[in-house]
Design a binder for this molecule. Structure first.
Ligand SMILES: Cc1cc2nc3c(=O)[nH]c(=O)nc-3n(C[C@H](O)[C@H](O)[C@H](O)COP(=O)(O)O)c2cc1C
Length: 144
């Protein structure tokens, strides 16, 4: 794929109600299979009722997926932290790399909470709250 056609979206959102483990599994399994077919890769974190997802792939595919995700009633309050062309994939090894809360280190949990608070106040400023450094820590595949 030419680098010019690569697009990335990063957003945070809040689960509606208490999201059961099986519902989370369903979202993840669906994402894994559908994204693989669409050439989309990315990351999903879920901690204390908050999602952080990275989607990267062909622009049209990422945008149409994002439209679907926006309409999904299992979450709300979607705050887009980053959206635009990308030079390369950060999560090329997985159609949806899921990192469960129990596999987040104490430092990552703190960083996630800090990011969530910063986003609640000023979503557009997320980039200045260490978003790329935070995400870089997840680029290496680790056990779900
Ligand atoms: C937080 C969250 C992340 C999701 N991520 C993806 C994803 O990466 N890929 C995907 O196909 N569906 C994802 N979904 C599910 C979509 O919102 C939608 O339910 C799914 O694409 C099925 O759409 P369709 O049956 O209308 O085609 C996600 C849902 C939620 C709540």
């Amino acid at each position: 794929m030419q680098s010019g056609s690569l697009y990335r979206v990063v957003y945070m959102s809040t689960a509606v109600g208490v999201l059961r483990a099986e519902e989370l599994d369903r979202i993840y399994l669906r994402a894994k299979s559908a994204n693989a077919g669409a050439g989309v890769t990315g990351l999903m974190l879920f901690y204390e009722g908050v999602f952080l997802q990275v989607l990267e792939g062909p622009a049209a595919g990422v945008m149409s997926l994002m439209e679907k995700i926006r309409r999904d009633r299992r979450h709300s309050g979607i705050a887009v932290l980053e959206s635009g062309p990308a030079e390369s994939r950060a999560f090329e090894s997985s159609p949806m790399h899921f990192v469960a809360a129990r596999n987040l280190s104490p430092g990552e949990k703190q960083a996630f909470s800090d990011l969530r608070k910063a986003v609640a106040v000023r979503p557009a400023m997320a980039g200045e709250h260490g978003l790329s450094d935070f995400l870089a820590a997840f680029a290496a595949v680790r056990p779900a």
